[in-house]
Design a protein around this ligand. Structure first.
Ligand code: PEP
Ligand code: MN
Length: 337
C-alpha cells in the first residue's frame, strides 16, 4: 500500500495515520523525497483502503501488490520525466541520446566529443572517470581531475554529464561535476551505494546487474527512491547467458517489461549489450522500438586506439548515422502509437 501524504502534513496527523495503519496489521515506512512524502505500508492482510483513505492529511492511497512499491507503475498515473535542468528531460515522451567514450582519456578527446555532440543535437555525454575493470592491471580512469575537465567543457557548452560512481565516498567529490550518476552493472546491488544515492538530489541511472533479474533491478531502484531520491533511470545493458557469440545478451524483453512494471524512464545500452561495433546501431534501433526512453552509446574518434571498449565503440561517422536513424525510428514508433 502507498499512502501519498500532503507535503506539509502535521506531525499529529501523521502519527494518527501511522497508528491507524498499524491497526490493520501493516507496517509503515515513511518516505520523504525531494518531491513528496509517502507512507509505504508493508503487510499481507486484506484490508479496506477506505478506512485509511478518509483520514486527514492524505492526498491519495493505492494498493500495490508488487514487492517493490514506489517504483511500481501501479500507483502512478503515466510515466515519470526526470529533469536534468535547462529544459532537458528524460522519460514521459522525452527521448534522449547519451554518447561518449567508454573512458575519458584526455582533454582533447572531451573537446572533440563535445563539439560532435553539439553539432548533432545530442544533449548528454557519457564517459567514465572511475572505471570498474575486470582486471586490476587495466586502465582505471582519470579520476576526479578527469571529471573536472569533463565538467568544464560540458557545462560551458550546455551538455549534461553521465558518469559512473563506484563507491559511497566518491559521491561528495563528484556531485558538483555530475548531472547523472551511473551505477554500473557490477554495483547494481551495492545497497550502501544505493542508499547514499537516495540521499542526494541528482538523477541516478541504475544499470541492470550482469546476472540480475528485472525485479532485482526494480528493487535496486526502490532503494534509491525510498531513501529520498525520485530521479531514477533504469538501464538495460545486457546480461550474461550461455551465449558466447557476443559480449552480453541484450534483453529487449526487459525494456518492454520495465516500461509496463515501472513508471521510471528506461534507457537501452546496445554498446555493452552486444559488444560488437557493427551490431550496436541495429540493436539501438530495436531498443527504440521496444519502447526505450533513451539510448546510451560508446563512441570514439579512433576506436582501435580506445583505452577501453574500442571493439564496441562507434566512429564519429557511425555515431552520427546512429543518431539520425534513432530519430527516424522514434518518429515511426510515435506514428504507430
Ligand atoms: C560502462 O558504461 O562503461 C560500463 C562499465 O558499463 P556496465 O556497468 O554496464 O558494464
Ligand atoms: Mn564501456
Amino acid at each position: 500500500m502507498i499512502i501519498h501524504l500532503e507535503k506539509d502534513i502535521s506531525e499529529e496527523r501523521l502519527e494518527k495515520i501511522i497508528s491507524e495503519v498499524a491497526k490493520t496489521g501493516f507496517k509503515s515506512n515513511l518516505v520523504t523525497t525531494q518531491f513528496g512524502r509517502y507512507l509505504v505500508g508493508i503487510g499481507k492482510n486484506d484490508m479496506d483502503l477506505r478506512s485509511i483513505g478518509s483520514l486527514e492529511g492524505i492526498c491519495d492511497i493505492h494498493r500495490v501488490s508488487d514487492q517493490y512499491k514506489m517504483v511500481s507503475a501501479k500507483w502512478k498515473l503515466g510515466h515519470t520525466a526526470v529533469d536534468l535542468g535547462d529544459g532537458i528531460q528524460v522519460g514521459n515522451r522525452n527521448f534522449q541520446i547519451m554518447a561518449g567514450p567508454c573512458s575519458i582519456e584526455s582533454e582533447e578527446q572531451i573537446i572533440h566529443t563535445v563539439e560532435h555532440l553539439k553539432k548533432n543535437n545530442v544533449n548528454i555525454m557519457r564517459g567514465g572517470v572511475f572505471k570498474p575493470r575486470s582486471s586490476p592491471y587495466s586502465f582505471r580512469g582519470l579520476g576526479i581531475e578527469g571529471l573536472k575537465l569533463f565538467h568544464k567543457h560540458c557545462s560551458a557548452n550546455g551538455i549534461k554529464i553521465i558518469t559512473e560512481v563506484m563507491q559511497v565516498s566518491q559521491i561528495e567529490q563528484m556531485i558538483d561535476y555530475v548531472d547523472i550518476f551511473q551505477v554500473g552493472a557490477r554495483n547494481t546491488q551495492n545497497f550502501n551505494l544505493l542508499d547514499a544515492l537516495g540521499k542526494v538530489d541528482k538523477p541516478v541511472m541504475i544499470k541492470r546487474g550482469i546476472a540480475g533479474t528485472i525485479d532485482e533491478l526494480l528493487y535496486s531502484a526502490e532503494y534509491v527512491f525510498s531513501n529520498g531520491n525520485e530521479k531514477i533511470l533504469l538501464c538495460e545493458r545486457g546480461i550474461r547467458t550461455f551465449e558466447k557469440a557476443y559480449r552480453n545478451t541484450l534483453d529487449l524483453n526487459a525494456v518492454a517489461i520495465l516500461k509496463e512494471k515501472s513508471h521510471l524512464p528506461v534507457i537501452v545500452d546496445p554498446s555493452h549489450g552486444v559488444g560488437i561495433r557493427r551490431f550496436v546501431e541495429p540493436m539501438a534501433l530495436a531498443g527504440v522500438m521496444a519502447g526505450a526512453d533513451g539510448v546510451i552509446v560508446e563512441i570514439h574518434e579512433e576506436p582501435e586506439k580506445a583505452i577501453s571498449d574500442g571493439q564496441q565503440s562507434l566512429t564519429i561517422e557511425e555515431a552520427a548515422n546512429l543518431y539520425r536513424n534513432v530519430r527516424s525510428v522514434l518518429k515511426v514508433r510515435r506514428e504507430l502509437n
